[in-house]
Design a protein around this ligand. Structure first.
Ligand code: XMP
Length: 603
């Protein structure tokens, strides 16, 4: 049956699939193409969207599109890099922006018509860019203005639009409305449904697996459980085998809980292995986050091979199943133009080899978390399972930061003084911490320092902290996160000790993490807060021994962007006091960084 489709051109980064996800959510079929796809292949699509991407259009080796696409006679929307590219190929000047914008910004709507129909005079939009369109191409006018340059431009006669902001992320408050306006301009029919996806995926599983069986790595989390349910529906229970590995980095009592949950769901072919000793031993002296991730990912495969050997499974009769979802691939740099943010455990090089050999099956690999949950609900999984918070495959190993020597950025005291000047009117002071963690800015991985704010943060004014965190990180390249102290001790000096992934540290983190889990249940916050990592830093304050905890609750929809959760003062006080009481904890911090520039996890 012919159906209306939107083509999304992928220029790298995380965005093309997110745009496709949003288009589907609005009920329209979408298909992703490489950015260099020829115009001839895009004939018949009702509209074309150019995604964002990490490059600069003026660099000679950056990805360019086929200019003939402009002659297809259908509406085109360019977003971020796509907007710059659309303008550039029509003669505009694109240069580094006088103001790089990462995060929320206000856009004045100059013309509330066409794609901007029904918008407010001022809209909150979300940006992540270092370049901007300086001079417009002929036939264009500005339809949205932000403190940076040319937030939105349009050529109404051709139906071409360019947005510097990301319409597809949830933080652009009326993003879906704007996208719907664009789809209306394309004249599409709204016919896409999740049930159709499930039916197609079941067919795809049957054809890929043939008469083989699937050995599925399960974690008890949403993704692998939904993958399991879908595989069983397609193949029947006797052809799906589950392996759950206890790495030692699980949450308190998690092995028992997962076993019960999966058994209750009727997962009969479940094999559980305690491999914690092997993991602790292999990671004994590791501190670099990527090194940790690679070893953990490789070990998963080794364990899987051992189990397969023990069970005498013939490799020719089995495929390895994983609950990989789209963000896992994209953050590993797994598409052609994407930069690596981090190596997800299910995307280590060995797995990529197996994928090339056609030995891996991942029925959810094109979906985002919100869609995985929709599939889970449609398949009748229990609500508590479908709405479990995401938890990374490498578990608490990610959230347990390790250190090998103290590290400060160059001239850190000068930078601190400059920041203190900005903070002074608000009664705050700062310290750059001698440790680094992963972040994401302008689609690239960063590995920078957190900035700790101290002073009158007792009465956390989250609106102020949000604004300060955004401005400071945009302004000072040394930092990628801002945290505030939430424990009553006055912090004067900080020390980072050499610490690695050891059982005693994981145990300490498990205790703090368990308090957070209890807190979420007691206060019924599991839905309002999308994910709540509890992080252990090998950081002691005021010459005491012990370590620090960072609380990182976030709101998100699909993990590609997130904003820090603004917790009620009283609840925050209670929670931080409970964690501060744990022997071995010397300080508790609250993370007020959005994603980007921070990531959700700390590592
Ligand atoms: P970040 O920290 O990049 O995380 O903002 C985005 C989402 O991905 C989860 N995450 C993982 N999930 N394997 C997974 O299955 C992994 O290796 C992994 N690393 C991060 C993270 O918890 C968040 O929901």
């Amino acid at each position: 049956m012919p159906m209306d489709k939107i083509a999304v051109l992928d220029f790298g980064g995380q965005y093309a699939h997110l745009i496709a996800n949003r288009v589907r959510r609005l009920g329209v079929y979408s298909e992703i193409f490489d950015g260099e796809t020829t115009a001839a292949k895009l004939q018949g699509y009702k509209g074309i969207i150019f995604s964002g991407g990490p490059q600069s259009v003026y660099e000679h080796d950056s990805v360019k599109c086929d200019p003939k696409i402009l002659e297809l006679g259908v509406p085109i929307l360019g977003i971020c890099y796509g907007h710059q590219l659309l303008a550039y190929i029509q003669g505009a000047k694109v240069e580094p922006a006088h103001l790089r914008e990462f995060g929320l910004t206000e856009m004045k709507v100059v013309k509330a018509e066409g794609v901007f129909k029904g918008l407010d005079a001022v809209e909150t939009v979300w940006m992540s860019h270092g370049d901007s369109v300086k001079e417009l191409p002929p036939g264009y006018e500005v339809i949205g203005e932000s403190p940076g340059e040319n937030a939105a431009i349009a050529n109404f006669s051709k139906n071409f639009y360019g947005f510097q902001f990301h319409v597809e992320v949830v933080h652009t408050v009326h993003g879906m409305k704007i996208l719907k306006n664009f789809l209306d301009l394309c004249g599409v029919e709204y016919t896409w449904k999740i049930d159709d996806y499930i039916a197609q995926e079941i067919e795809a599983i049957r054809s890929k697996v043939g008469d083989k069986k699937v050995f599925l790595m399960v974690s008890g989390g949403v993704d692998s459980t939904v993958a399991f349910a879908l595989l069983e529906k397609a193949l029947g229970p006797e052809r799906v085998y589950g392996l759950f590995v206890d790495t030692g980095y699980l949450r308190l009592n998690e092995r028992e809980q997962v076993k019960k949950a999966l058994t209750d769901l009727g997962f009969s072919n479940l094999h559980i292995r305690d491999e914690s000793k092997r993991y602790f031993e292999s990671l004994r002296d590791k501190y670099d986050p990527e090194a940790k991730r690679k070893i953990i990912g490789d070990l998963f495969l080794e364990v899987q091979k051992d189990v397969a050997d023990e069970l005498k499974l013939n490799p020719d009769e089995w495929l390895l199943g994983q609950g990989t979802i789209y963000p896992d691939t994209i953050e590993t740099g797994g598409t052609r133009h994407a930069a690596k943010i981090k190596t997800h455990h299910n995307r280590v090089p060995q797995i990529e080899e197996l994928m090339k050999a056609g030995r891996i099956i991942e029925p959810l690999a094109q979906l985002y978390k919100d869609e995985v949950r929709q599939v889970g609900e449609k398949l009748g999984l229990p609500t508590a399972m479908v709405w479990r918070h995401p938890f990374p495959g490498p578990g608490l190993a990610v959230r347990c930061l390790c250190a090998h020597g103290e590290k400060y950025p160059d001239h850190h005291t000068t930078v601190e003084k400059k920041i203190d000047q900005i903070l002074k009117p608000h009664g705050l002071t700062c310290k750059i911490l001698p440790i680094q963690s992963v972040g994401v800015q302008g689609d690239f991985r960063t590995y920078k320092h957190p900035l700790a704010l101290m002073g009158a943060v007792e009465a956390c004014d989250f609106a102020l902290l949000d604004q300060l965190a955004t401005t400071l990180i945009n302004q000072f390249k040394e930092i990628n996160r801002v945290i505030v102290t939430v424990t009553p001790n006055k912090m004067e000096t900080f020390r980072v000790q050499n610490k690695y992934l050891t059982p005693d540290r994981i145990e300490l983190l498990q205790k703090a993490d368990a308090k957070v889990s209890e807190f979420l249940v007691e206060n019924k916050l599991q839905r309002e807060i999308w994910q709540f990592p509890t992080v252990l830093l090998p950081l002691s304050v005021n010459r005491e021994s012990g370590e620090s905890v960072v609380l990182r609750p976030v709101c998100s929809e699909e993990a590609m962007t997130a904003s820090f959760y603004r917790m009620d003062q009283k609840l925050l006080k209670g929670l931080s006091a409970a964690i501060f009481e744990i022997p071995g904890i010397t300080a508790v911090f609250y993370d007020v960084t959005n994603k980007p520039p921070g990531t959700i996890e700390w590592e």
